[in-house]
Design a binder for this molecule. Structure first.
Ligand code: PA5
Length: 401
């Protein structure tokens, strides 16, 4: 369950009168989600059909008992969501096999060299994920990995070791899968990469890591009812933005949420950052970053606000010295930092989950997806495209040709 405090440490920046101006706009946006053109965002079937969900669960057992390494190839939305959930919910040490390795997020030869060497004598299953099927980095990764896979396995055996997640009809990967008979999963046509964590794009790697995806989805469904909260949060962000707070720090107090903040950065940057508009997302993992970015948030240029994610209940570690649990101290820090920063010029929205589990992470994911879409609508940009991402791809392709 998520709790929201959009008041305590923002109240001197966002007054009730400010919100009143948004009433009409918020009502119109809500009606689009409730029974208008955006209705599909609040339906499970948009993200994964029950048939695909069953297929994911079935193949997960096979994957978990037939490889040492599950190699996930993808970039941007085709990787960030699953990486975020796996890091948030997996133990730090002694994770259960298979080992999950992500590749295709860079063009760094050292990274490829070491990974390809590492997998040479391991049993490997590959999941290549690309909605378009043409993105440069995963294409390069897939071709390099296939060279190794072909050395290791016959053409027939590869059919059990290559899983392709892509568009249902178009693209090079779909064509390859059809030709070779590889197992495939579908990226729903309406759901762009950064919104695809709860589609087969994210769900298969997450399930293979041992996380219960049914609970994750049930959590997301809870937030279907939360459209009002998502709109309220988007409105507060917009009010801050109009007051010159052009940077938002997603701040967490559990290092396992680091990749969750990376996912948030991608989600908000690609959804809102266009037409010379948008809030620049950054992130802090506290208390570590109180000793670096914290200085700027306290006393630097007054262009930042924070959205803080806290966790009420955590594993029990007792501090005899203060006769309290360490997590209570962590939450005191969260609260006092919120106070200190808002005494400076950095107001904080506080979001807390009662505990970190599949359900609350699923709920957070869908809440932020809705908020990012609403945020884009409030600044009149298209939430669903990312034209700027094409620009560098075009220049590299020209150079390659
Ligand atoms: O959110 C998005 O749409 C992007 O980040 C894409 O996920 C990213 O560019 C990768 O695209 P593709 O899945 O087509 O390889």
């Amino acid at each position: 369950m998520i709790n929201f405090d959009f008041h305590k440490y923002v109240k001197s920046y966002v007054r009730k009168e400010d919100k009143v101006e948004y009433l009409e706009r918020a009502r119109e946006i809500k009606s689009r989600f409730v029974d208008g053109d955006l209705k599909y965002w609040n339906k499970l079937d948009t993200f994964v059909s029950s048939a695909e969900l069953k297929k994911i669960i079935n193949i997960t057992d096979y994957v978990r008992s037939n490889c040492d390494v599950f190699l996930v190839i993808g970039i941007g939305g085709s990787y960030m969501g699953s990486k975020a959930v796996i890091e948030a919910l997996s133990p730090m040490y002694n994770r259960k096999s298979p080992e999950i390795i992500f590749l295709g997020t860079d063009l760094c030869s050292e990274n490829y060299y070491e990974t390809l060497e590492y997998i040479k004598d391991k049993e490997v299953i590959v999941n290549v994920i690309s909605k378009s099927g043409t993105t440069l980095e995963p294409s390069i990764a897939f071709s390099l990995v296939m060279d190794v896979m072909k050395e290791k396995y016959s053409e027939e055996k590869l059919k059990d070791r290559i899983i392709i997640t892509t568009d249902p009809e178009k693209g090079d990967l779909r064509e390859l899968a059809n030709r070779k008979g590889y197992v495939t999963f579908t990226v729903p046509p309406l759901v762009g990469g950064r919104f695809s964590c709860l589609t087969p794009v994210g769900l298969l790697p997450i399930a293979v890591s041992g996380i219960n995806i049914v609970n994750l989805i049930s959590g997301a469904k809870l937030s279907y009812e939360r459209i009002d909260r998502a709109i309220e949060y988007a409105v507060i962000r917009d009010i801050m933005y109009k007051k010159g707070k052009i940077i938002e720090s997603f701040t967490v107090y559990n290092p396992k949420l680091y990749y969750f903040t990376e996912w948030l950065k991608q989600l908000f940057a690609e959804t809102q950052g266009k037409a010379k508009k948008g809030i620049l997302p950054i992130s802090c993992v506290n208390t570590r970053d109180l000793h670096s970015l914290g200085q700027f948030l306290q006393e630097g240029h007054d262009i930042i606000f924070e959205t803080v994610i806290g966790i009420d209940k955590d594993k029990k570690v007792v501090l005899d010295k203060y006769d309290m649990e360490l997590n209570s101290l962590n939450n005191i820090a969260l609260d006092k930092v919120g106070l200190a920063h808002s005494n400076g010029y950095t107001p904080s929205n506080i979001i807390t989950i009662d505990e970190k589990n599949e359900s609350t992470i699923g709920e957070l994911i869908h809440f932020f997806i809705l908020s990012a879409i609403v945020g884009a609508l409030l600044i009149d940009v298209n939430p669903f495209d990312q034209p700027g991402v094409q620009e560098y791809k075009k220049l590299i392709s020209e150079e390659l040709e």
